[in-house]
Design a protein around this ligand. Structure first.
Ligand SMILES: Nc1ccn([C@@H]2O[C@H](COP(=O)(O)OP(=O)(O)OP(=O)(O)O)[C@@H](O)[C@H]2O)c(=O)n1
Ligand SMILES: C[C@](O)(CO)[C@H](O)COP(=O)(O)O
Length: 235
């Protein structure tokens, strides 16, 4: 039976967050941001192992106690210049670390910067895709009216939102397929794993998620993530 293995790329600098500390370590509900995604993934009964991919020069990780995740957690200092490079390096390191991981195993790539992922969303993704030929991702249909802007930030036109979805993570593909896809693509030209699969001519499935699983990108996102995490704790 194929297994489910999570990979968290966490080698980014968080440039849009404007903070000296890489955003995955910023404090959220009393813990470094990455703790929350790790907690959800490590507590899922489906997930066999969780790989965290850090920058080679990361000096923050070892400042914290991660022992509560020890039974599933593997940490690798092999992040690359882009998210796609970090994921591909992580997949290679995963194979070198554990020879029992095979190309048919499912990989769930999840951003360290999406701390509000729930077990429910994770289960929805796995249930929808476990028998899928290609794999897919959590996503939400675009809810707002879309404007195209000119260089002066004036509206050039209104775009149709019909059929448009916002991609989230986890993005779930089989190890062999994902490695093949990421090895062939220009890593600087893509921002998610599904794009690499699409470049092979395949059609990843969109699995309905919700806005709570948003990506913490700008400073003002921290307060919203904190509220969602507090709500999760009281439920
Ligand atoms: N070279 C990189 C770039 C990004 N990431 C990871 O990919 C996820 C999503 O990327 P994003 O939110 O864009 O994070 P950053 O690249 O850190 O942020 P920014 O684009 O604002 O610099 C994050 O968990 C980030 O740490 C990574 O592992 N390696
Ligand atoms: C993978 C991702 O979170 C899906 O929305 C997103 O593409 C990451 O993109 P970013 O430009 O690196 O934030």
């Amino acid at each position: 039976m194929p297994r489910f293995i999570a990979l968290i790329p966490a080698a980014g600098t968080g440039s849009r967050m404007n903070n000296e500390l890489p955003k995955q370590y910023l404090s959220l509900a009393g813990k470094p941001m990455i703790y929350h995604a790790l907690h959800t993934l490590c507590h899922s009964s489906h997930i066999f192992r969780v790989f965290v991919i850090l920058a080679p020069d990361d000096h923050e990780w070892n400042r914290y106690d991660w022992s509560s995740f020890a039974d599933k957690l593997v940490v690798k200092y092999c992040g690359g210049a882009t998210r796609a490079d970090s994921v591909l390096n992580g997949l290679k390191a995963m194979q070198q670390t554990d020879g029992s991981i095979v190309k048919d195993d499912w990989i769930l790539v999840h951003d360290a910067a999406r701390p509000c992922l729930t077990i429910f969303q994770l289960d929805q993704l796995i249930d929808a895709l476990a028998l899928d030929e290609v794999g897919g991702l959590l996503a939400i249909p675009v809810a707002d009216t879309l404007k195209r802007a000119d260089l002066n930030q004036r509206v050039m036109g209104t775009e149709s939102r019909n059929g448009l979805w916002q991609a989230q993570t986890p993005q779930m593909f089989r190890l062999g397929l994902l490695m093949d896809a990421l090895s062939k693509v220009n890593s600087a030209a893509i921002t998610d794993d599904a794009s690499a699969i699409e470049a092979l001519g395949l059609d990843p499935r969109l699995v309905l998620s919700d806005a709570y699983n948003f990506k913490v990108t700008y400073p003002q996102d921290l307060a919203l993530a904190e509220l969602i995490l507090q709500k999760k704790e009281t439920n």
